[in-house]
Design a protein around this ligand. Sequence first.
Ligand code: CP3
Length: 352
Amino acid sequence: MSTLFTDACFNKKRSRTPVWMMRQAGRYLPEYRALKEHYDFLTMCKTPELAAKVTLMPIKPVNPDAAILFSDILIVLPPMGININFNPGPVISNPVKNASDIFALNNFSPRSELAFVSSAIKTARSQLSSNKALIGFCGAPLTIGAYLTKTDSKGQNFTELRSLFYSDKRAAHRLMDTLVKIQSGFLIEQIKAGVNGVQIFDTWAGSMPRDIIKEFVIPKVATIIKNVKEFIRNENSDKDVPVIYYIKDAVHVFDLLHLTGADVISIDEKVSIKYALTHIKGNMAIQGNLDSSILFASKEIITKEVSSILSTVPAGRGHIFNLGHGILPETPVENAAFMISEVKRLSKLLHD
Ligand code: CP3
């Protein structure tokens, strides 16, 4: 299925820039907060009718070009044998502490253990209009590994995983490779269920040193993407499905990102798209990168900042407009809707 979103991901010609927002199905929406009065977060993720309902919730009020499946990157932890709760941040009662814990992780089958995700995708896809894409996702091995090993509930230094990378490389590779296998299978199941694109979230990879990223991030993400693309070529050949790789704080490794084989690189707001396009090699499309805080500013400022991003992308280069990170819970819905309508209006002028 071709949509504005998939055309932009594959650098194809299109009439305007597609736009959606990371974390668009969530707490800034009053309808979501109302539903949350009745169900806890994990119940919503695991009940296909509820997950599909929340997936589609932003479509009417903000009208993005794509919906992202309502779920969480940490949904893979329970079948691995890790107990997780959200309060609202993730709380893990039995984090992985050593090599034997890593070797004991359950290498499960996403097809049966995460069947509720496929079911939510089928329902959401059937209710979404055909000009809008449905995006599936998973967490990248490093970002999942960072939560899985975290024993200190405070802070985001992830020293447990970081020290494992130096102290026990064999166990660290085993952990990343277990996650590569699980996430490849999980994305393939989502594609089988009908998503039109997938995003791999690597929120914490950019906080690691370059050598760690070279050894434990790029080759692992590249293997996931290779597995997914192989599946598409062999069994899904009539419709290619774009893969987006989101990495935050990654300026020190921009020159390595093409090695992942992703169709699209999604960047945060700390650098300009112009800078990213000159330092990221290859001809991948780019996604991003409005600062989420701009959605708290006046309409004039939102228009100015949207226009400034759109004008830096050269004609013909695939661009998917998005925020640099997730939408903030306090964001006025009206401003999010205005930003999206401005991306549509202004990019149409540029493409004409
Ligand atoms: O984008 C969407 O709207 C779709 C659903 C989605 C959620 N989480 C829902 C959610 C997606 C794509 C994610 C990804 C995710 N989850 C990431 C990667 C992207 C990023 O923002 O960096 C990460 C690191 C997580 C882990 C996670 N889940 C955290 C740190 C938290 C708590 C704090 C927070 O940012 O919300 C969650 C909980 C979570 N995931 C909520 C939602 C709507 C809040 C739960 C609630 O409503 O109480």
